[in-house]
Design a binder for this molecule. Structure first.
Ligand code: SAM
Length: 213
């Protein structure tokens, strides 16, 4: 049997495994009212990230691309008591909203927010390495650079997850644009990289997952 992903299937999975509590629902709904772009992961993807945290027994997580903190909260909640998450955001407006949301979720002690361009903030994040899970969800052109940095700051068995690996499905079609080519080229590079075992998980907008050998 093959089951094509449909909105009904997604709603079925979300209803069983990815229910938002009032805080997550409030954060998602308010971020639209606050005029933030609606590009956070879906509840289903958030639950999948939380599962990854548990699967790789992560105690330290790095996220690149915070927005309002929705995915960070899904992941931070799955951390053990002594775990923490570092998240990087270039927009001070997004960072301010995220900071309020981390407090709302009671996670301000578990999440460290670095505000600035990822290429600069990674130098600060290095002081808190090694990480066990690195989630990339920012500018797609930056992924190759973040990926190389990630491989240097993960132990063997550490996991890289890169969001939007399907870019709305366009990577598999004929369409071309700088961003589609950037995502295609990154997917190809990771698929051929002997330093990792990788796969593209297609739920939502696709997450490329690479485990360091
Ligand atoms: N991970 C978030 C979630 O699911 O809740 C969504 C992140 S959103 C897709 C991407 C975010 O990355 C935006 O807030 C954007 O400002 C930020 N961003 C884009 N390029 C960046 C860069 N070079 N350095 C740091 N942040 C960046």
């Amino acid at each position: 049997l093959r089951t094509p992903p449909t909105p009904e299937i997604e709603a079925y999975i979300t209803g069983l495994f990815a229910r938002e509590d009032d805080i997550l629902r409030q954060i998602r709904e308010q971020s639209a009212e606050q005029g933030l772009p609606q590009i956070a992961v879906s509840p289903e993807e958030g639950a999948f990230l939380a599962l990854l945290v548990r699967l790789c027994k992560a105690r330290r997580i790095l996220e690149i691309g915070t927005l309002a903190g929705y995915s960070a909260i899904w992941m931070a909640r799955a951390l053990p008591a002594d775990g923490y998450l570092v998240t990087i955001e270039k927009s001070s407006v997004h960072a301010e909203v995220a900071r309020r949301n981390f407090a709302l979720a009671g996670l301000e002690g578990k999440i460290r927010l670095l505000v600035g361009q990822a290429s600069l903030m990674l130098k600060k994040a290095a002081a808190l390495a090694p990480y066990h899970l690195i989630f990339m969800d920012a500018d797609k052109e930056g992924y190759p650079q973040y990926y190389e940095w990630a491989l240097k700051h993960l132990p063997s068995g550490g996991v890289i997850a890169a969001h939007n690996a399907l870019w709305g499905g366009s990577v598999a079609g004929e369409a071309s644009s700088p961003i589609i080519e950037a995502v295609r080229s990154f997917n190809r590079m990771v698929a051929q990289d002997e330093r990792v075992t990788a796969h593209l998980y297609p739920a939502g907008d696709g997450t490329l997952i690479a485990v360091k050998k």
